[in-house]
Each structure stands twice: as C-alpha cells, then as structure tokens.
Design a protein around this ligand. Structure first.
Ligand SMILES: [Zn+2]
Ligand SMILES: [Zn+2]
Ligand SMILES: [Zn+2]
Ligand SMILES: [Zn+2]
Length: 380
C-alpha cells in the first residue's frame, strides 16, 4: 500500500498503525479522526463510493490517475493541437474525453496518443503474456511497454511518464502483494513521480515498496534495485547522508551477489562514490574510484559511458577536494582531456555527454590554473 497517512490529520502510520474504515479501508490514526471524517469530512458521502471502486488504495490510484491525465493533456495541448491518436485515431478519447499527449522521442509528426490508449495497450499485452505462459523473459521485455513508446522505442518522460505510472499502479494495485505485476507497478509509479520531480511522493512509494518486498521475502536482486531507487530519492531531496548509507549497502550487496566485475556492481560503486563526495568524504570517494575505475576500463571498455562517467567523476572529485595537490589537479585535467577526446570520437561533438565532459574540462582547467597561481595553503 502507498497510503500510509491518516486521511484526516496526515499522521504517518507506516504500514500497520492506526484504524481502518471497516467498509472502505480508508486509514486513520485513531477513532477521533475517523469519527471526524465521517461527521464533518464528507466520508459518510464518499465511503460507499470508495468501497465500490475497490477500497481506499484503488480509489486513490484512480483519482490520482485522472488528475495526472488531465495535467498531462493540458501540458501537451499546444504540441498535440489538430492531431489524432495513433491507437484509437480520435482527437478526443471517445469514452474518457481526455486530450492527446506526447512525451517520447517520436518525430515531429508522430507519437500523438491518449494516456488511456497507451495504458490499455500495455495492459492487454501483459495479459496475453501471462495467458500464453511466455515466461519471465518475455514478461520483462513486454513490461517495458508501460513506460516505452512503441513507435520510437524511447522511454516516455515528464508528465506522460507520471500519468502512465499512475495508470500502471491503478491497473495492478488490487492484486496480491506477491504478484510480480503489482510490485513492478509500484516501481513504475515511483519512476513516474520522479519524472515530474515529485520526490517526496516518490520516496514514500519507494519506502512502501521496500518494506513490502522484505515482508514477502523478495529476492536480494529486487531489494537492491529498490534500495538503489530509494537512495536516489534521498539524494534528490538533499538527504545526502541517508543516501550515502544506502548507496554503500547497495554497493556491498552487489559486490557480494555479482562480484566486482559486473556492470551493476560498477554502477553501484559509481553511485556510492558520488554520494561520498556529496557528504565531503573525499578520501573514501577517491579510494573507491581508484579501485573500481581500472576494473571498468578493463571489463566495460574505454568508450563505455559508465567508464567515462566514472573517470569524469573522479577528475571532478580531485578538483573539488579542498586538500587536492597540484599533481591531483594535473591528473584531473589530463583525465578530463582524455574522456573528452574519447566521447567526441565515439558520440560526436554535439552529444550531451561530450558537451558535459567539455564543460567539466573547462571547469577543471580553471581550478588547476587558480591553484597554480595562488600560493599553497599555509604559506600565506
Ligand atoms: Zn488522524
Ligand atoms: Zn469508509
Ligand atoms: Zn486514443
Ligand atoms: Zn515515440
């Protein structure tokens, strides 16, 4: 469940505290709030409606979904003016009345669609996968349709991603907790909320997901994935110490599970190192990067994006570290020149990665120059 607060006073109830309405499962901190909600909060009117919709969680999912679709269609109104849905061929959805959206990488004249048409398509695809017993691999591949455009094969972003997250959650929230679709839907909802920068909401979804996965005894792999998402939420909210602690657990979990040469382990090392910089633990960050970058260069290759990003981060750490020596700064500039060169060769000069590396290089060179010009600390 993701409704973890009292419906009246918003007291945090976690997953077990408080009372529930016996009919519709709306949650309260106690009898006082429940009585208040019934008498003055309009629950006497709504209770039946919520129960009929399938209970408080389902009702909330439906309501949030409808809101998110409205927001998405409104945000996309200019872009989609005069167009029709590539699935149902209408401009305005025949049953829901919703407008068109677009939030992928489709060519300027393509990709106009209704959120509910996308959701319906994904739902049917998943039903077929399960009915025909196509197995976990097909399930995972097809699940992508919940967040990837079927035309351009790129992930949906922004308001469209958010609306699809709620669509997905609304579709599977009624399933048992052990159901794969329900768990994956929770991940999608969190990703959708991230896509519109609703980080607090995303955090509470990740927390609920994690405790559910632990409760049902989910695989270590699944739990590490959720922990990684949880750490991202903390980091986005500026809760850097909490983030660093979780990134550390994810890194050591990956190391134990997959070994130091696995891509996931290297990615986790990169995230942990970045989070150590956030909390100014430069020495540990440098130590970890010096250990994992050679592995990334060897295993993933020199032109791999993760290798390049890790090297750039290492160079930036050298530049940011207040105790950096002139040699450190020289190493940083050399590293940034090298990753910039590789990125330009592999991705071209206009690619965002290349542009980012070149910005980092300019910054690094400035820091190094300043260090050379000013007398060393202590001599002044
Ligand atoms: Zn309350
Ligand atoms: Zn009720
Ligand atoms: Zn449509
Ligand atoms: Zn597209």
């Amino acid at each position: 469940m993701i409704l973890t607060q009292c419906a009246v006073c918003a007291t945090e109830l976690g997953l077990s505290l408080g009372k529930k309405c016996g009919r519709c499962s709306t949650r309260y901190c106690g009898a006082a709030c429940q009585v208040h909600h019934w008498k003055e909060g309009g629950h006497d009117q709504l209770c039946k409606k919520i129960k009929k919709a399938g209970g408080a969680e389902q009702y909330n999912a439906n309501t949030k979904y409808a809101e998110a679709v409205t927001v998405a269609a409104k945000a996309c109104a200019d872009d989609t003016k005069g167009q029709t849905c590539y699935i149902c061929t209408e401009a305005v959805h025949r049953h829901t009345g919703e407008g068109l959206v677009r939030g992928c990488a489709c060519h300027t004249t393509e990709g106009f669609v209704h959120v509910s048409c996308l959701a319906e398509q994904a739902k049917i695809l998943m039903e077929e996968t399960v009915e025909n017993n196509l197995g976990a691999k097909a399930f995972n591949a097809r699940w992508d349709r919940w967040f990837t455009c079927g035309l351009c094969e790129q992930q949906h972003h922004g308001v469209v991603r958010c609306a699809l997250g709620w669509a997905c959650w609304k579709t599977y929230v009624g399933r048992p907790e052990t159901d794969d679709s329900r768990r994956s839907a929770m991940t999608q909802l969190g990703n959708g909320l991230d896509a519109v920068n609703h980080y607090e909401d995303a955090l509470s979804v990740r927390e609920a997901e994690l405790s559910m996965e632990r409760r049902v005894g989910d695989s270590e792999e699944a739990i590490l994935l959720t922990l990684g998402n949880l750490a991202n939420s903390y980091r986005r909210l500026g809760r850097t110490t909490e983030a660093a602690n979780i990134y550390r657990d994810v890194y050591s979990g990956r190391l134990k599970l997959l070994g130091e040469e696995h891509r996931e382990t290297l990615g986790a090392a990169g995230n942990y190192a970045t989070s150590l910089i956030d909390v100014h633990r430069y020495a540990e960050a440098k130590h970890l990067m010096r250990k994992s970058i050679p592995v990334a260069r060897r295993v993933l290759g020199e032109s791999n994006t993760l290798t390049l990003a890790m090297r750039r981060n290492y160079a930036q750490t050298l530049c940011t570290d207040p105790s950096a020596t002139l040699d450190d700064l020289r190493e940083a500039v050399t590293t940034l020149e090298d990753v910039g060169r590789i990125a330009r060769r592999v991705f071209g000069g206009a690619h965002p990665l290349t542009v980012g590396f070149e910005q980092a290089l300019r910054y690094g060179a400035r820091v190094a120059l300043r260090a050379r010009e000013s007398p060393p600390a202590g001599d002044a």
